[in-house]
Design a protein around this ligand. Structure first.
Ligand SMILES: Nc1ncnc2c1ncn2[C@@H]1O[C@H](COP(=O)(O)OP(=O)(O)OP(=O)(O)O)[C@@H](O)[C@H]1O
Length: 480
């Protein structure tokens, strides 16, 4: 099917004007204009670009200038909240529809869709909702009125069983292309390898007409992030002291008179160093936050089991830099899409379950383009614990054990590599051939001798760890 040519008054939208007026941004970032134009020309669009590239604008701006409604499928409620609030603040008619939407709001949105000519420009929905009959009927009405402008699938790697965050309801999104064959689809992700990419296109049926598909694959490289592995072992677990020493050092430097005056001038506290610490289990998330608070650090837990109100309060206070909310100690319930521009560090307290998850989470740091730190505390005991979780979940439906094991192995190799640049290792994991520039922004480039020394000194021996594993020492039942 040829690309749709839109013959309406929106054919010559002034993109620069809309960027300034509605989105309050002076210029497009590289490739944003091209992506937006490809979408407005009626193509299917696949965008793979680094975390914080500015992917959201690539579908939000077309939604504002184009006729009709844009449906944005997103896996995370917190991400929807974040985006809908920002759009509304910019006077854009955006809403979200999910299991948390209050009934009156749900009715309002459904009635809006029922007219066939909705006022809503962007509607954020979960993949689960897209499978519901009532929603599908409403979509059909809108489509028949030629008001369904585009379907956007954010965090599209969730479609693929080869991706790190597979969600089975994402597969059912194939319904959109089957039912509305001429409605363009846009997919966005920061973390996909070529297998995941092919899978996304095939599940959604976008590979059926290559002429209609425009693909933008950009580097995963984030030059302002400093990557470092900190080695540890059960027998000598000094993570907490190590972290406290580091963060107190940061506070101390900020308290020096010249720096302090700069901070005073912009109304910033010395300890307003915004960060995220990722843990693997809910229990550790709670206990670590409390240990940090006992040490005088403003830390709060965030995990799936907290009430909606608590989550909103914690997120809101963290985003607005309130004292006592400088550091979020989170499970992976807090991740994809979180957009706070001044996150200065992301610490992985334990090895995450996948390479992609690690990079997504690290990608929350430094979104303002300034330097930010990403540490991962790695121990071989944790590696074996995480692998025991992956083995435990092996037979769950939709679980692609092979892909998970492969990703975890790649992450362990990355952690144990001490003779190469972290940025290079990351980009090559995502299939990039070019060597990214690293300006002393990783432990290898900063001090390779120190890295070697820490590696040799810090880890338990493989022999020891494997004996302990055989005795079942690392079988855990962590809950996130
Ligand atoms: N042209 C631009 N000029 C200035 N800021 C921009 C521009 N485009 C996007 N941004 C800002 O960049 C930040 C990151 O954008 P966004 O949240 O869309 O990233 P993303 O690519 O979706 O990243 P992730 O995959 O990590 O969610 C946002 O704060 C956004 O407002």
């Amino acid at each position: 099917m040829p690309a749709l040519v839109r013959s309406n008054s929106f054919i010559f939208p002034d993109l620069d004007f809309t960027l300034r007026r509605q989105f309050n941004k002076a210029n497009f970032r590289p490739f944003q204009r091209e992506i937006i134009q490809a979408a407005l020309d009626g193509n299917d669009v696949f965008v793979q670009a680094a975390t914080s590239f500015g992917k959201s604008l690539c579908f939000q701006l077309p939604a504002v200038v184009d006729q009709g409604i844009t449906i944005v499928v997103s896996p995370l409620l917190s991400l929807m909240m974040n985006q809908v609030e920002a759009l509304r603040a910019a006077d854009i008619d955006a809403s979200s529809l999910n299991s948390n939407t209050p009934l009156p709001e749900k009715d309002r949105i459904m009635n809006d869709l029922k007219t066939g000519h909705p006022r809503t420009r962007l509607l954020y929905v979960t993949p689960e909702l897209c499978a519901q009959d009532r929603f599908r009927q409403r979509m059909t009405v809108v489509y028949e009125q030629k008001e369904l402008a585009r379907v956007v699938i954010d965090e599209a790697h969730c479609i693929s069983e080869w991706g790190h965050d597979f969600r089975k309801d994402f597969k059912r999104l194939a319904w959109f292309r089957e039912t509305f064959p001429d409605v363009p689809i846009m997919c966005l992700t920061a973390t996909a390898n070529s297998q995941v990419r092919d899978d996304i296109l095939s599940v959604l049926g976008l590979d059926a007409d290559p002429q209609r598909l425009k693909t933008f694959t950009m580097t995963a490289h984030r030059p302002n992030l400093h990557f470092e592995i900190r080695y540890t072992r059960d027998e000598d677990d000094s993570r907490l002291e190590d972290f406290l020493k580091w963060i107190r050092g940061v506070y101390k430097r900020r308290a020096l008179s010249e720096r302090k005056s700069e901070l005073d001038a912009v109304g910033e506290r010395v300890d307003n160093v915004s960060g995220i610490i990722y843990t693997i289990s809910r229990d550790e998330c709670e206990s670590l936050a409390s240990q940090l608070r006992d040490s005088g650090i403003g830390a709060q837990p965030f995990h799936a089991k907290l009430s909606k109100d608590t989550k909103e309060r914690v997120l809101g206070n963290w985003v607005s830099n309130k004292p006592g909310y400088d550091i979020i100690v989170a499970t992976t319930a807090f991740g994809m899409g979180i957009d706070k521009n001044n996150v200065r560090f992301v610490v992985h307290w334990r090895m995450p379950k996948s390479f992609e998850g690690y990079y997504q989470e690290a990608g929350r740091a430094g979104r303002d383009g300034n330097a930010a730190y990403c540490f991962l505390y790695y121990s071989r005991e944790d590696r074996n614990r995480v692998s025991s979780l992956i083995v435990r979940d092996r037979s769950l439906p939709g679980n692609n054990f092979e892909a998970r094991a492969k990703s975890l192995r790649a992450l362990a190799t990355y952690c144990e590599t001490v003779n190469d640049c972290r940025h290079k290792l990351i980009c090559s994991y995502f299939g990039e051939k070019d060597t990214p520039v690293c300006d002393y922004a990783c432990d290898f480039h900063k001090d390779s001798a120190d890295l070697q020394r820490r590696f040799l000194k810090g880890l338990a021996s493989e022999e020891w760890v494997s004996t302990q594993s055989e005795e079942g020492q690392y079988q855990v039942d962590w809950d996130d």
